[in-house]
Design a protein around this ligand. Structure first.
Ligand code: SF4
Length: 256
């Protein structure tokens, strides 16, 4: 049977809600999850992807175009990603998902992509999606300008089913069945931590548990190699262990 809906899943609550909603409208054989592995996720996130596959009885494809570390060190001018330069998202999520959609559409014809974007998540998203509604479908390049026009010609259209939902509504729909990282106080799920996020969130992840400490060791090694700090605030970069209450800018595209 042809796939009617592809849901890019991150292991986070919004994309999981999209998956759950898609399964209320389509047979599970018509729905496909897509997970872009950055090799810098928390084991709980990988486990949650496996859990969703079993619990919902749906196929979830995994694509991996390398690791965040590799993408940072491979740059001509190696640097950490930031709110305005999320090159790793492009390399590890946008490009592989584009290719995935293209190949699937060429093989079986068009389908919808259900994106877990919510206006509520950030001012950036509110502005970006202010003219969109959750009941409409849009050309991929109309939703995210990184996507090429040829996808629309192949019959790939994007839908934003949770666009207007609040965080409370999302948690209500998931009914306690979400990534345990939320219960540990993390507001978003993606790389652990997203290196483009605010210092507060990076620090929280680095001291959280064994995975955080392991990822901190990887990041320290990158810092040594490139001569730059992952922290954006001077105080945090110098002292390393002070909390900083800056806002989490988040990873716009990684919430797929
Ligand atoms: S979550 Fe952050 S670090 Fe990971 S790929 Fe996205 S921007 Fe890069």
């Amino acid at each position: 049977m042809n796939i009617k809906v592809v849901v890019p899943v991150s292991g986070g609550k919004d994309s999981q809600t999209c998956l759950k909603l898609a399964l209320q409208s389509y047979d599970k054989s018509e729905v496909l999850g897509l997970f872009c592995d950055t090799q810098f996720e928390h084991p709980l996130t990988y486990a949650h992807i496996d859990w969703m596959r079993d619990f919902y009885g749906v196929k979830i494809e995994i694509v991996c175009a390398g690791s965040v570390q590799e993408k940072i060190l491979g740059l001509t001018n190696p640097r950490f990603p930031s709110g305005t330069a999320r090159f790793c998202t492009d390399m590890l999520k946008i490009i592989p998902s584009k290719l995935f959609y293209k190949e699937l559409a060429e093989k079986q014809g068009g389908f919808e992509v259900w994106l877990g974007m919510r206006s509520d998540e950030s001012h950036e998203r509110k502005v970006r999606y202010r003219e969109k509604i959750n009941t409409e479908v849009y050309a991929p390049n109309d939703v995210q300008n990184h996507y090429p026009k040829y996808l629309e010609k192949l019959g790939v259209m994007f839908r934003l089913p949770v666009l207007d939902m609040s965080t409370a509504q999302i948690f209500e729909i998931l009914n306690g069945e979400y990534n345990p990282l939320y219960s540990a106080g993390f507001e978003r799920v993606g790389c652990f931590p997203c290196l483009a996020s605010g210092d507060k969130w990076k620090r929280k992840a680095f001291i959280h548990d064994e995975t955080g400490r392991k990822h901190w060791a990887i990041v320290k090694d990158i810092e040594l190699q490139i001569g730059k700090s992952v922290f954006t605030s001077k105080k945090e970069a110098q002292r390393g262990n002070k909390n900083n209450d800056d806002l989490f800018s988040g990873c716009l595209f990684c919430a797929i």
